[in-house]
Ligand binder design. Structure first.
Ligand SMILES: Nc1ncnc2c1ncn2[C@@H]1O[C@H](COP(=O)(O)OP(=O)(O)O)[C@@H](O)[C@H]1O
Ligand SMILES: C[C@@](O)(CCOP(=O)(O)OP(=O)(O)O)CC(=O)O
Length: 367
C-alpha cells in the first residue's frame, strides 16, 4: 500500500490579481490533509473510494491504456484527472499500467458539517498525483509534481490561478506567480509530458518564504462560504467593463505583494502587516468597484477586532464569507482577541503552517 498526503491552504494576500498571468500572491499550507492510498487490485476492476463521498464510489475497468468509468458526471473529477495525467506520464516512461484501488480521505471537506474552504480540490489532486508517482516509481521533484497537478486541476476547473496547488505541493509560506495558462493549453497539444515538465513555464515563479519568528498567524472562520468561481466570474465582468480601473488594481496589488515579499526577506513583521492592510484596502476597493461583496460585515468585524489588538487582518481567498487571516506579534493579547471574536461568533481555526518534505525524503520514509 502506497500512501501520500497533501495539505490544504489559505491565501494570505494577492487574491484576484493572481488569476492574471505573472501576478503574485502569498499563500500558506496548513496542517489539514487529504490522504491518498493506492493498492494493487486482485480483480480486473479497481475501486475509487472517497471516505467523504461514500455512496458515490465508482467502478472502473481497464481497456488497453484507457481507464473506463461506468458513470458520468461524478464528484471524482479531480481524482480522475490526476490519474489520467499521471498515467500519461507513467506511460511515456514505459511503466506497465496496473489495476488498483484508490482510497481518498480528507480533513478538508468538512468538519461537523462545516466547510472551511481550505482548498480541497487542489489537495485531492496533489495527493492523488503524489501517490501515483510513488506507486509507479516516477522521477518527480516538487517542480514536476506541481506541473502534473496543475495540468490535472486546470483540466477540470479551467479558471483559477493554481496558487492552491502550489501551496499544497511546496508547503510552508510561498510567493506564487501564476503561469501563462493559454500557453500551457497550446503546448499540451504538441508536446509530450516529459518535455513539457522539463520546460520552464512562462511567468511561473514559486518561492518559499521564511516567516519572521515573531509572526503569529491567526485564522478566523465566519461561516457561509461563497462560490469562488462565481465571484471570479463577476470580477471578469468588471475587468471587461472597466479596464483602466482593473489594470490599476492589478499593478497596485503586484507592487503591494512585492513589498510584502521584501518584508519576508527582511524578516520585518511591520512591513508585512503594513502590506496586509494595504492589500485589504485594494480588495475592498475592487469589491466596491465591481459590486462584489468580498469583505462581508462579519469579515469586517473580524478585521476590526484583530486591529484593536494590534494585528493586521484581511479576507482570505475569494471572500464573500469564509476565512479571514491575521498577522500579529506572538506576544500580543491573543486570548483577548479570540475571546472578542467569540462574542461575534467568529470561530478560530487552530491550524498550523505545514512544511512539506522533499519527495525523495518522503519516499525513503515510506519504504
Ligand atoms: N474528499 C474528496 N474526494 C473526492 N473529491 C473531492 C474531495 N474533496 C474535494 N473534492 C473535489 O473537489 C471539489 C471541491 O472543490 P472546490 O469547490 O474548488 O472547493 P475547494 O475550495 O475546497 O477547493 C469537489 O466537488 C470534488 O470534486
Ligand atoms: C480569487 C482567487 O484569487 C483566490 C480564491 O481562493 P479561495 O481560497 O477562496 O478559493 P478556492 O481555492 O476555490 O477554495 C482565485 C484564484 O486564485 O484561483
Amino acid at each position: 500500500m502506497i500512501t501520500a498526503k497533501a495539505p490544504g491552504k489559505l491565501y494570505i494576500a494577492g487574491e484576484y490579481a493572481v488569476v492574471e498571468n505573472g501576478y503574485p500572491a502569498i499563500l500558506v499550507a496548513l496542517n489539514q490533509f487529504v490522504t491518498c492510498s493506492i493498492k494493487v487490485s486482485p480483480a480486473d476492476t479497481g475501486r475509487i473510494i472517497s471516505e467523504q463521498y461514500h455512496e458515490n464510489s465508482l467502478l472502473w475497468r481497464r481497456q488497453g491504456d484507457k481507464m473506463v468509468v461506468d458513470q458520468r458526471d461524478n464528484p471524482f473529477a479531480y481524482i480522475l484527472s490526476a490519474i489520467s495525467v499521471t498515467e500519461e506520464y507513467a506511460r511515456s516512461l514505459d511503466r506497465q499500467l496496473q489495476i488498483y484501488d484508490i482510497y481518498i480521505d480528507s480533513q478538508l471537506d468538512s468538519a461537523n458539517g462545516k466547510k472551511y474552504g481550505l482548498g480541497s480540490s487542489a489537495a485531492v489532486t496533489v495527493a492523488t498525483v503524489k501517490a501515483l508517482c510513488l506507486f509507479y516509481d516516477l522521477p518527480v521533484d516538487k517542480d514536476k509534481l506541481f506541473k502534473l497537478a496543475a495540468i490535472a486541476h486546470f483540466a477540470v476547473q479551467g479558471n483559477g490561478s493554481l496558487g492552491d496547488v502550489a501551496a499544497s505541493v511546496y508547503g510552508g509560506w510561498i510567493a506564487y506567480h501564476s503561469f501563462d495558462r493559454q500557453w500551457l493549453a497550446e503546448q499540451r497539444q504538441y508536446l509530450d509530458l516529459p518535455t513539457l515538465l522539463d520546460l520552464p513555464w512562462p511567468d511561473l515563479k514559486i518561492e518559499s518564504l521564511t516567516a519572521p519568528a515573531n509572526l503569529q498567524l491567526l485564522i478566523g472562520w465566519t461561516g457561509s462560504p461563497a462560490s469562488t468561481s462565481r465571484l471570479v466570474d463577476k470580477i471578469s465582468l468588471f475587468k471587461a467593463r472597466q479596464q483602466d480601473k482593473y489594470h490599476h488594481f492589478l499593478e497596485e496589488s503586484k507592487a503591494c505583494i512585492q513589498r510584502m515579499i521584501e518584508g519576508f526577506h527582511q524578516a520585518d513583521l511591520d512591513v508585512i502587516k503594513r502590506e496586509i492592510r494595504k492589500n485589504r484596502e485594494l480588495l475592498k476597493n475592487l469589491g466596491a468597484n465591481s459590486g462584489v461583496q468580498i469583505e462581508t460585515p462579519i469579515l469586517h468585524e473580524l478585521c476590526r477586532i484583530a486591529e484593536d489588538f494590534g494585528g493586521a487582518a484581511k479576507t482570505s481567498g475569494a471572500g464573500g464569507g469564509d476565512c479571514g487571516i491575521v498577522a500579529i506579534d506572538g506576544h500580543a493579547d491573543l486570548d483577548g482577541l479570540l475571546a472578542a471574536w467569540q462574542t461575534k461568533k467568529i470561530e478560530q481555526l487552530p491550524l498550523a503552517v505545514h512544511f512539506v518534505n522533499s519527495i525523495r525524503r518522503y519516499k525513503l520514509k515510506i519504504k
